[in-house]
Every structure is written in C-alpha cells, then in structure tokens.
Design a protein around this ligand. Structure first.
Ligand SMILES: Cc1cc2nc3c(=O)[nH]c(=O)nc-3n(C[C@H](O)[C@H](O)[C@H](O)COP(=O)(O)O)c2cc1C
Length: 345
C-alpha cells in the first residue's frame, strides 16, 4: 500500500513537508484506538527470539529508528507503533536553533537516496527533557543523541555536550555523542583523536559520578580513513565507550546515478540511503574485525531491504537502524527485517 498509494502522493510534496504530513497522519490514525491497535498488530513482530540484551538494556527487537527523524521527541510513541525496537531522539543541542534555511532536504529517487543539510534544527534540550518527563513506562528503548549549537566554537563544545547529557540523563536509556554530522561547520573536526578523547573522557567522568551510569556511544562518519578508524578503536577503549554507531551520512557523491547538474543545484549536505550502504557496512566490518568482536556496533546506512539489514548484522553489527529506507520502502520495512532475522536465525 505504501509504495502504490502513499509514496506517490507524499512524493508530490517537498521532502520536509512530506515528513510532517506523514507524522500528522500517523498521529491522527493512532488517536483512534481501534486503528492504533490494528496498526500495532499489523506492524509489530512480537517474538522473544528477537530480543537483544545489549550494554545492559533489553531491546524487544534489534531494529531502531535512526537519529534525525524525531529530533524533538514528539513522535517516538507514534513511531514505536510501527514496530521499532528502539528510537533514537535528537540530535538535540543545549539551545533551540532553527537549522539551515529551506530547502534543506532533497530526494534522489534514481539513487534511492536523500541529501540533507538540516543543521541540527531542534527546540533545545530543555524542551525535549520536559517532553520526555511524560514518557510512559514500557519496554521501548529511547536513545538521546546529543550535539553542540552552531554558534558554539569547538573549543567550548564539551560544555554543550555536558549540558545535554545532564538534562537528558533521567529520561533516556542510552546516549550517543554525535560529532559526525556534516551540516554543522567544523563539527567533524571533533572526530580527531585529541579533541574526541577529551570530549568522551569528560562525559564518561560525568557518567561515572551517577549511581547508575548510562551506556555512552559515539556516532561516526562513513568518510573516516582506516587510520582514523584505528584511532576510534583506541579512543573507544581508553574512554570505555559502550559502543559505536556506524555510520552517519557521507559527504561523498561517488557512484551516483543522479545527474551531476542536479547534484550541483542541490549543493552541500549529507548523503544517505542506498549509496552509503556499502561504505557503512565496510566500516562496521573493519571495526568488528579490528576489535576482535569486542566493540558493540549499531549498524546504520542504506538499509532499504531485509537483506541490507542482514548484511550489516553479518558484518558485525548487534543492532541496526533505518531512516532513508523508510522513505523509499515504507514502514513495513521494519516488520520485514524482523521477520528475516527470525528466518535466518
Ligand atoms: C533528514 C535527515 C536528518 C538527519 N539528522 C540526523 C541527526 O540529527 N543526528 C544524527 O546523528 N544523524 C542524523 N541523520 C543521519 C541518520 O541518522 C543516519 O545515520 C543516516 O541517514 C544513514 O542512514 P540511512 O541511510 O538509513 O538514512 C539524519 C539523516 C537524515 C536523512
């Protein structure tokens, strides 16, 4: 139904408008109890064999919603009705900020891809924390993906991450430090060994002061060299990270079918979807092999079919996430991935 009816209609609208229309429709549907019940029944795969215990948390299934879809924690309940085992909220920054001017999200249908330069548009961490206070008890796992404000220089970035960490600590199940978005100027410089070690060590210090520290993960770009990935492994060990999310969007435009003229008109931004798939999987495989399987990896990037998800799991990921695949394959993708995991057990 999604590919035949909903997708052609949604693709008539700009991608960002289509995103809001989808969420609006989902919310309306869920407000009608019988429809909500039918949706859950249709999308959820409840099977104990899908359960994963990872960094001390019990995930009802290993398929999550990637960061950036629900930046302000307004839609996690609605999205969980589509069968996700976990939802990552954010990226959130200390102060609310508008992000980049529209248009800032583009479809590349020929490549089943998206380019975005959203620029961490969000209402700020206090608004998010306030919203999460009303979180209903249940088995849904929520991750908090944290970043820095555009106006904060890299030298003071640690303070921004610490503010977000403290504000969200009571309300999320795990944290992700995002230093890999290409849309905040110079943010990716924080992936260098020195600043990254300092940033993560400071956050772990705060974390260790809590009576029950929370899992702390790092989200990395697919554009890192093998040498930089080796650094990430060293840093993960030194700062006792709980895991790595591989990967964010890429700045590369290699191998695209979309005409160069169209790409030029779109301009800067992070590319996601099918074209990032192989590189993300290669990064997962590299980290998994080099760490002798000791590093926990959440695999994300270009999962548009169950086979793509299985490929990431076989490469060494323990959990997977999707974003762009939802736009092209529709929400049944989550159920189909879970069914495929059960079939290939
Ligand atoms: C519109 C859009 C916004 C995104 N915003 C964020 C973000 O705020 N923080 C983040 O860590 N990743 C963000 N991402 C990256 C995704 O979480 C994911 O890592 C990436 O898109 C690769 O997965 P995919 O190919 O399944 O989309 C965003 C992606 C898209 C398409």
């Amino acid at each position: 139904m999604y590919k035949l009816i909903l997708k052609p209609v949604l693709f008539l609208f700009s991608p960002e408008k289509a995103h809001h229309i989808t969420l609006f429709l989902l919310k309306i549907a869920l407000a009608i109890p019988i429809v909500g019940w039918l949706l859950r029944r249709g999308y959820e795969v409840n099977d104990k064999r899908l359960e994963r215990i990872v960094f001390g948390l019990t995930f009802p299934n290993p398929v999550g919603l990637a960061a950036g879809f629900d930046k302000d924690g307004k839609h996690y309940e609605a999205m969980s009705a589509l069968g996700f085992g976990f939802i990552e909220i954010g990226t959130v920054t200390p102060l609310g900020q508008p992000g980049n001017p529209w248009p800032r999200l583009f479809r590349l249908p020929a490549d089943e891809a998206l380019i975005n330069r959203m620029g961490f548009n969000n209402e700020g961490v206090d608004a998010l924390a306030e919203r999460l206070k009303n979180r209903k008890p249940g088995n849904l796992i929520i991750g908090g993906n944290i970043g820095k404000n555009k106006a904060t220089p890299n030298e003071q970035a640690g303070r921004d991450y610490a503010i977000c960490f403290e504000a969200l600590f009571p309300y999320v199940d795990y944290f992700v430090v995002n230093v890999s978005s290409p849309n905040t100027p110079n943010l990716r410089d924080l992936q260098e060994k020195g600043p990254l070690t300092e940033l993560l060590a400071a956050l772990q210090h705060l974390n260790r002061q809590k009576s029950k520290p929370k899992p702390l993960l790092l989200k990395i770009a697919p554009d890192l060299t093998d040498g930089q990935l080796d650094d990430i492994l060293d840093i993960a060990k030194a700062t006792q990270l709980d895991g790595v999310i591989a990967t964010n969007t890429t700045i590369s435009r290699d191998g695209l079918v979309t005409e160069p003229k169209i790409l030029e008109e779109i301009g800067a931004g992070g590319l996601s979807g099918m074209p990032v798939k192989n590189r993300s999987t290669a990064v997962i495989k590299y980290l998994h092999q080099k760490s002798n399987g000791t590093l926990t990896i959440i695999g994300v990037g270009g999962i548009t079919s169950p086979a793509d998800a299985l490929e990431k799991l076989n490469a060494g990921a323990t959990l997977v996430q999707v974003y762009s695949g939802l736009v092209y394959a529709g929400p049944t993708l989550i159920k189909h991935i879970n069914q495929a995991i059960l079939k290939h057990k």
